[in-house]
Ligand binder design. Structure first.
Ligand code: PMP
Length: 415
């Protein structure tokens, strides 16, 4: 690999970073793996794998309940990981971080708890045209149950939200504004601060789907001014099956439980149950302990590199990738917003995405073909699927060079 193929940010040694990721060292179908499916799930650095192994080898036990040494160690690690996520997001306190299975469960928690108690017949829930299904369907179900209206902020051809429509869409009947910070299908970065402010101006709460933002840029929930922020561990170098919800303490305090059972209670009798303190009130049952510990290690790993450096490096890589793909005949980008992160979605004229994906896989290139759980976005662009290359800070310019060559090969094979 040449120097220019990798070095794009002074002081950032991407080759050293890559060595931290065992899975990146392999060959697939005889070719070096080029992993460009990070929006679906990122790879795991050794530090995260080791943190999970250490829990299973030394501290394996349940949390919060045991007086014995192992349980105390497990609890300390589990709570320390919560503190790491709190600092990563700049939440006001650890009680504002609820462990969940991922962004999907975080959003469902808000819909089921805050939504059920605050949305009534005739109210509005406002989402955007570029949401992932997990930020559409929970609101649809809530609206059906309550007789409320699901409204949608439209977008333009570039894949940018048409914010001028908010003046009309936001009314005193709007209870919830649920928007993604970064679109997984298009890569668009939305101006959350402005949207949250406008939501608050009409008395609504703002929930941010941060699944695609947290892996790519510094996130400060207090700066954003949002009320809820959902994230997934597995998209930010953590394990699968773990995620978190940031929620403002004042809102959490008056929210009813989401699930119920052990650990979320202070006392139970057949007549009456007193709920536990925050955040445990929202964590019924034995949690994903190893997952939380792994996610804490992932956050520590990302912070050691620095989210600002990750953002700068990836911005350069995104521009390089977009430029190199645009020189391919028949290339049509899908999503050309001015402010993007992490994602290049496209079509190649005359090539079916499924055929293209299969041939790219044979050349060791992992990317995603499909609707990316954002069918309304596909419908907007009049396509059934796109090919999506999505990057992380361990990708290189050489990865995009390899992708461009592999697409040319696919064109020859399929001609
Ligand atoms: N929102 C967005 C924008 C996503 O990209 C995803 C994952 N593709 C989700 C939510 C759901 O995340 P998870 O499946 O990890 O819960």
């Amino acid at each position: 690999m040449t120097e220019t193929a990798t070095a794009t940010l002074p002081g950032f040694d991407v080759e050293a970073v890559r060595r931290d990721f065992p899975a990146l060292q392999q060959r697939v179908h005889g070719a070096p793996l080029v992993y460009l499916d990070n929006a679906a799930s990122s790879q795991t650095p050794r530090a995260v794998i080791e943190a999970i192994v250490a829990y299973y080898e030394n501290d394996r036990s349940n949390v919060h309940r045991g007086v014995h040494e192992l349980s105390q160690r497990a609890t300390a690690k589990y709570e320390s990981a919560r503190g790491r996520v709190q600092r990563f997001l700049n939440a006001g306190g650890p009680e504002e971080i609820i462990w969940t299975r991922g962004a999907t469960e975080s959003i469902n928690l808000v819909a089921a708890s805050w939504g059920r108690t605050h949305v009534a017949e005739g109210d509005d829930v406002l989402i955007s045209a570029m949401e992932h299904h997990s930020n559409i369907v929970p609101w649809q179900i809530l609206c059906q149950e309550k007789g409320a209206n699901l409204r949608v902020i439209p977008m333009n051809e570039a894949g940018e939200l048409r914010l001028e429509t908010l003046d009309e869409l936001l009314t005193p009947r709007t209870r919830i504004v649920a928007v993604t910070q970064v679109s997984n299908a298009l890569g668009t970065v939305n101006p959350i601060r402005q949207i949250a402010q406008m939501a608050h101006d009409v008395g609504a709460v703002c929930i941010v789907d941060g699944a695609q933002a947290a892996p790519h840029m510094p996130v400060d929930v207090q700066e954003l001014g949002c009320d809820f922020f959902a994230l997934s561990g597995h998209k930010m170098c953590g394990p699968t099956g773990i995620g978190a919800l940031y929620a403002r303490r004042a809102l959490l305090e008056e929210m009813p439980p989401y699930q119920s059972g052990g650990d979320m209670i202070a006392s139970v009798s057949f007549e009456k149950t007193v709920y536990n303190d925050l955040p445990y009130r929202f964590e019924a049952g034995t949690p994903m302990i190893a997952g939380a510990i792994g996610m804490g290690a992932a956050v520590e790993y990302l912070e050691a590199i620095g989210m600002s450096r990750i953002a700068s490096y990836e911005q350069d890589l995104l521009s390089y990738g977009a430029a190199s793909l645009s020189s391919i005949g028949g290339f049509r980008p899908i999503g050309t917003a001015r402010h993007k992160a992490g994602v290049l979605s496209f079509e190649i004229e005359g090539l079916h995405p499924a055929d293209l994906g299969t041939i790219l896989d044979r050349q060791g290139i992992a990317l995603r073909i499909g609707h990316h759980c954002a069918e309304p976005v596909m419908r907007f662009y009049g396509v059934s699927a796109t090919t999506r290359a999505s990057l992380a800070f361990y990708n290189t310019r050489a990865d995009f060079d390899a992708l461009a060559v592999a697409i040319e090969t696919a064109k020859e094979i399929l001609a």
